[in-house]
Design a protein around this ligand. Structure first.
Ligand SMILES: [Zn+2]
Length: 216
């Protein structure tokens, strides 16, 4: 299969906007792809926004952003303290954050899947499309109790070492989440292994996204 690359505009670094509802979403959804972009796109600039990171989750979000973008340029991270689970009910305030993000002109936006079962995730996806109307948007997936795994259609093959780094970083950084029985490296590796199978990744591992609009 022909492989498309994420290229920046000539003469400027690749600009990536990462949007996450909660402090570990970006890392779980596209952490491997971010690590790959850092290695493949020198000077890559990451704009990083987490909407709900209260208490200890704030420093964890910051540490995650710094760790995953190490070696690239990190703008922010912008860390908000909206209440977990309540984003749709303070939608006007969340929308105001997106209005400020219009100043960023990203080459690619990573956000949640539009049909994600979590209401906070869905709102961010909706507002991303509402705000960035002429941009490439890739929607990432988050495994969860609700069981909403779907059929993503864009795949980013990843080296085995990148996948293991991603899974290890997540469990190390987000200490507050370790009490959840599913919050362990094997969960993240398993999903990447399945997506790697689906795209015939050389290493066997990949992350996957939903792309609803792509211009060739
Ligand atoms: Zn989340």
């Amino acid at each position: 299969m022909i492989q498309l690359k994420l290229n920046s505009k000539p003469g400027s670094p690749l600009r990536v906007l990462c949007l996450g509802s909660h402090s570990d979403d970006i890392e779980i959804g596209c952490g491997g792809t971010i690590l790959r972009l850092v290695a493949e796109s020198p000077g890559c600039v990451f704009h990083w926004v987490v909407f709900s990171a209260c208490g200890v989750r704030g420093p964890e979000a910051r540490r995650g952003a710094e760790l995953f973008t190490k070696g690239a340029v990190l703008e922010g991270p912008v860390i908000k303290e909206f209440r977990d689970g309540f984003l749709p009910f303070v939608g006007a305030d969340v929308k105001s954050v997106f209005e400020e993000l219009k100043a960023v002109s990203p080459d690619v936006v990573f956000t949640h899947y539009r049909k994600d079962a979590h209401q906070d995730h869905r709102l961010l996806s909706e507002l991303a499309w509402n705000t960035f109307r002429n941009h490439l948007i890739l929607e990432y997936e988050i495994p969860k109790y609700d069981g909403d795994m779907g059929q993503p259609n864009v795949f980013a093959p990843l080296d085995t070492t990148v996948c293991h780094s991603k899974a290890r970083h997540i469990v190390e950084v987000f200490e507050s989440q370790r009490s959840k029985p599913w919050f362990e490296e094997s969960t993240f590796l398993s999903l990447m292994r399945l997506r790697g199978m689906e795209c015939n990744a050389p290493s066997g591992y990949a992350e996957a996204f939903y792309c609803r609009k792509l211009v060739l």
